[in-house]
Design a protein around this ligand. Structure first.
Ligand code: ZN
Length: 247
């Protein structure tokens, strides 16, 4: 079986500007997420990319070899170059999986693929979050209890400005009373997309075993299926209009 190539992308700004975040994620959020995947799925090839690298670490060549891309961004959304967003979108339509984490709900790539506001309610008050599995048979929920808790997370609340998810895997409750569709699946073209809400930078969320399980499951779920490579050739290039049979 072909080795799955995964890239964890991070804007990598909070960790370099805020000591509290740097203490939780000394090698960056991207490395913590990558380490969690590698721990549970050692057979997967996991690399990282950050906004500071040339082409944000997402060259055409690298994206062409990427099966699943994970995305963490927050304060740098506007600094992501549109040509890179175009490139990522094209790869998702071809079949690359995309997992959008936490504040990535407002990233250019997620808003582009959803086509809606992606707005939500939020509050940073060190609240407990209880994440309920609402689709126990879904592969992203494999091996999880019926619910699990994070002692502290940022509250994200409804209404969440997304198109109706094609599959709903998790729904979260916060100590302040709000609920949120915290794990949602869509397809765009041949690509699978999963949004997962936990992961505020000032909490050790990506060190949590259940969160790592969800992300590793989501990577396997989002892997391209079937002969998606064939889609990379534009069909009209082979059959230009002049070659069509006359009516
Ligand atoms: Zn946050």
């Amino acid at each position: 079986m072909k080795t799955l190539n995964v890239v964890v992308w991070n804007e990598y700004l909070h960790e370099t500007k805020n000591d509290k975040v740097a203490a939780i994620y000394p090698k960056g959020i991207h490395q913590a997420v990558a380490d969690g995947i590698k721990k549970l799925r050692p057979e997967i090839e996991v690399g990282t990319a950050t906004m500071q690298e040339p082409e944000h670490g997402l060259s055409q060549e690298r994206l062409a070899q990427t099966d699943v891309l994970l995305w963490w961004g927050h304060m740098g959304h506007d600094k992501v170059e549109d040509r890179i967003v175009d490139r990522v979108q094209a790869r998702v339509l071809q079949g690359m999986g995309l997992i959008v984490l936490h504040s990535g709900h407002f990233s250019k790539i997620f808003k582009r693929l959803m086509g809606t506001s992606c707005a939500l309610k939020w509050r940073e008050a060190n609240e407990k979050e209880r994440i309920w599995v609402c689709n126990p048979g879904h592969p992203i929920a494999a091996g999880l209890p019926e619910y699990f808790e994070l002692p502290q997370e940022e509250m994200y609340g409804e209404p969440f400005g997304i198109p109706a998810p094609e599959e709903q895997v998790f729904i979260s409750w916060f100590a302040g009373g709000e609920v949120f569709r915290s794990g949602c699946c869509w397809r765009r073209g041949n690509g699978k997309i999963f949004y997962f809400q936990p992961g505020h930078e000032t909490y050790p969320t990506y060190h949590d075993a259940n969160i790592q399980r969800v992300i590793a499951n989501a990577v396997a779920w989002a892997a391209p299926q079937g002969s998606w490579e064939a889609v990379m050739e534009a069909p009209c290039a082979k059959n230009p209009p002049e070659n069509l049979p006359e009516k």
